[in-house]
Design a binder for this molecule. Structure first.
Ligand SMILES: [Zn+2]
Ligand SMILES: [Zn+2]
Length: 419
């Protein structure tokens, strides 16, 4: 902690403000400089206005009454219809192709015509959700303490037990259903996890598992499957992927293939991105609601204050990642994860407060599927739940770190080698 504190005067309102050379200088009286590096946002103003109104109306609704499951509003129905349409594409392609082959003559001509139809069927085929590349899995027998906590949380949430834990280097946590059997997998990002206090860890796990609970499963399955198709298409029709395929085929630039792939990239790629954008917008309200519901669940399980504080820790995610990276690049006797812990515990409350205010200034943006953090923490604290249903003590928390250690080493050495 900095003991000798300097002060200066706010250039905007003249109040005396504290200066800590390691952090941003800002004014608590007028919010001067709370957000010194505003996110450069290309989103048009009308869309920001829609998202802003949406976030506020949703918040108002949730703050007033009980948080309940989403109803069938127009946007949700449209999202499901669009998903069904996307999922029917392979069938339509297949049937059209076969019909052409059977019914149309001359045969050589029908073969020619059926090729694009089969192409569409192939490109839009349903895919099993796969884990991101490079994740290290931590299985049940390797981490009994962690899985015991996960099972306790899953039982409290009322959702399926997780099948695997994916340990990652990114500073976040996520939940997904992987494979054809849709097994729940939870992703634990080391730099975020390392900086969390025990009860904040419970809150984060409960929030993620809360995503497995909400929304009815048919709806989730339909929209989720449509997303896996769209993601596959997006991956196919990006410059990067096609470039690689071209190189593998030994095709040089300026050939017909390049022109065709560029054309496909702009036309089909644009169409796919447009549809993905539309689906995302249609889901905006329900995905924001899902975040609030997951927060509410987390509050019930870990206690409101721990949940709110866990969310505030997310502000430090980037700083945690940088601390970890620095420790990997310039090794000292401090391990990378200890460096993260140190960096996080050093952060003064005033810096967290600045981040909170910045999230209010930035409002709905940065990631529209998540409501702004200041609204999330405010909602959690409006009706605080003081008793936790799952309690993790310091010893258990340390035991989990111990269980994570071998896999963490692998993840860190991957990072050291530049993946
Ligand atoms: Zn000021
Ligand atoms: Zn979430």
């Amino acid at each position: 902690m900095q003991s000798a504190e300097e002060t200066t005067n706010c250039p905007d309102c003249g109040h005396q403000i504290r200066v800590n050379p390691r952090y941003v200088t800002w004014c608590e009286h007028c919010d001067w400089n709370v957000d010194p590096t505003p996110v450069v946002d290309q989103t048009p103003a009308w869309r920001l206005a829609i998202e802003h109104r949406l976030a506020n109306s949703l918040y108002g609704e949730l703050a007033k009454g009980e948080v309940h499951r989403p109803g069938w509003d127009a946007a949700r129905i449209a999202a499901v219809l669009l998903s069904v349409l996307i999922l029917m594409l392979p069938l339509i392609g297949l049937v059209t192709g076969i019909a052409l082959l059977v019914l149309y003559r001359p045969l050589w001509f029908s073969i020619l015509l059926s090729l694009p139809a089969f192409g569409i069927a192939f490109l839009t085929r349903p895919r099993a959700a796969t884990l991101p590349r490079g994740v290290q899995l931590l299985h049940r027998d390797q981490a009994p303490t962690l899985y015991a906590v996960l099972d306790q949380v899953a039982a409290a949430v009322g959702t399926k037990r997780v099948a695997a834990v994916a340990v990652i280097a990114e500073p976040n946590l996520w939940y997904m259903r992987a494979g054809w059997r849709l097994d729940p997998v939870i992703g634990i990002g080391l730099p975020l996890w390392a900086g969390l206090r025990p009860q904040e860890r419970v809150a984060m796990l409960a929030h993620e598992l809360g995503h497995g609970r909400h929304g009815d499963s048919l709806n989730n399955w339909l929209v989720g499957s449509a997303w896996s198709v769209l993601d596959g298409l997006r991956a196919t029709f990006t410059e990067h992927r096609l470039d690689r395929i071209r190189r593998e085929w030994g095709v040089r630039d300026g050939t017909g293939t390049t022109i065709v792939s560029r054309m496909l990239n702009t036309t089909v790629g644009l169409l796919v991105r447009g549809i993905a954008w539309l689906l995302e917008r249609l889901q905006l309200r329900s995905s924001q609601r899902a975040e609030y519901l997951a927060d509410r669940k987390a509050g019930e399980i870990a206690g409101s204050e721990a949940t709110a504080q866990a969310l505030e820790r997310l502000f430090l995610a980037d700083a945690s990642y940088r601390a970890m990276e620095r420790a990997i690049r310039f090794p000292t006797e401090i391990t990378p994860l200890d460096a993260v812990r140190r960096a996080v515990t050093e952060v003064p409350a005033r810096e967290i407060e600045r981040h909170l205010r910045a999230s209010r200034v930035r409002e709905t943006r940065t990631d529209a599927t998540h409501p702004p953090t200041y609204l999330r923490t405010k909602l959690i604290r409006t009706r605080p739940i003081t008793t936790a249903r799952v309690v993790l003590d310091t010893d258990q928390s340390l035991a989990i770190d111990h269980e994570l250690e071998p896999v963490a080493q692998k993840v860190l050495s991957q990072l050291r080698l530049g993946r």
